[in-house]
Design a protein around this ligand. Structure first.
Ligand code: AQP
Length: 335
């Protein structure tokens, strides 16, 4: 049995990108033999400023959404990162293992910091070290993620290798990402070259997993496309990122292949295609939004689920992190 770890930031409402790129795979992986550990990564969230009350609400909302998507707390460990101190402790050790040059190459930091590199938090810069600690604190070897996270997984492997070499041990294993190829990167509805993101300033750029039918219909109607009719083959979409993105979304939520969908709409404009896409999206997303709202009515139950998850997570991460602390030469602390 292998161990699977993945996390999501409670920085807003999960988008269709989070869902198609990662969350639906989290749910599917629960059916296999591996142990699944899923984390609301609130330590990551504060690398950009979060209003405290909003962060608390968003953490509950993300827990509710994961449950609504089908994360089963009986099968998987579901908890919030700040509740398990192993993450922060191992991240500090990794801050001292990772090299500045490695972090400077991280494209996500460059994307998020933009021209503002002198002003963003140092936490944003060392974010990948914390992500490495999240995974290695559990000796997890499989990580379901969207392809925006692949560079971070490579870095987590570099950190593990360097730790093992520096201290002459074989303690941290190699990690393999698990990426759903067709929806590895769902793009913005406003710009087919930009990732759909929950913190994009434009709500029109994304489908939120709690959007109602009218909102979904309106966003798809306004989604950017191009003036050409739909072609009858995928190759013809190579230079049409917005059309390609909508087709990928359509296939993922309907379960049909992209080719089958194209065959149905080839030669027509985007109107009928968008109507059918809206119908498929609403059928898929609306029940998840409804279940999320239901879970959110009972915060006591959400607290209970997260507490149970925290105890299970700490039971795995604590001995591994203690051993890492012993390896680097720290004296034992309180039991
Ligand atoms: N557009 C996307 N397509 C496919 N997968 C995606 N993921 C995120 N966006 C897309 C995957 O969702 C998981 C959780 O992401 P995260 O919350 O940890 O942070 P992120 O990757 O930075 O996602 P966002 O939505 O862009 O968040 P913000 O705006 O808060 O930074 C990850 O597995 C990610 O790959």
């Amino acid at each position: 049995m292998a161990r699977i770890f993945s996390g999501i930031q409670p920085t807003g409402i999960a988008t269709l990108g989070n869902y198609l790129g990662a969350l639906r795979n989290w749910v599917a992986l629960q059916q296999g033999a591996d142990e699944c550990i899923y984390c609301l990564v609130d330590l990551h969230a504060i690398t950009t400023f979060q209003d405290p009350a909003t962060l608390r609400e968003q953490t509950y909302a993300m827990a509710a959404l994961l449950l609504a998507c089908g994360i089963d707390p009986e099968r998987s460990v579901l908890f919030h990162q700040s509740a398990v101190s192993a993450h922060a402790r191992l991240a500090w050790i990794f801050n001292c293992v990772a090299r500045m040059g490695w972090l400077k190459r991280m494209t996500q930091f460059k994307d998020k910091a933009g021209k503002n590199q002198e002003e963003v938090s140092t936490g944003l810069f060392v974010y990948p070290n914390l992500m490495a600690a999240d995974i290695h604190a559990y000796h997890a070897t499989k990580v379901p993620v969207g392809d925006d996270q692949l560079q971070h997984i490579e870095l987590a492997n570099d950190i593990a290798e360097r730790f093992n070499r520096d201290f002459g041990v074989n303690f941290f294993p190699r990690i393999e990402p698990i990426v759903l190829k067709e929806t590895a990167r769902v793009m913005s509805l406003r710009d087919g070259n930009k990732k759909m993101s929950k913190s994009d300033t434009s709500d029109q750029s994304r489908i939120n997993m709690t959007d109602d039918a009218d909102t979904i219909a309106q966003k798809i109607r306004k989604a950017k496309t191009d003036p050409e009719p739909l072609p009858d083959n995928l190759a013809a979409l190579a230079e049409r990122p917005e059309a390609r993105n909508l087709l990928g979304i359509f296939a993922a939520v309907s379960g049909e292949s992209q080719e089958t969908i194209l065959a149905r709409f080839a030669g027509s404009g985007f109107g009928p295609f968008k109507s059918a896409l809206t119908e498929a999206l609403v059928a898929h997303v609306e029940p998840i939004g409804q279940r999320t709202r239901d879970y959110l009515t009972d915060k006591a139950e959400l607290n209970r689920i997260l507490q149970v998850g925290t105890i299970k997570a700490a039971a795995i991460a604590e001995p591994i992190t203690k051993e890492a602390e012993r390896i680097v030469g720290f004296l034992p602390g309180a039991a």
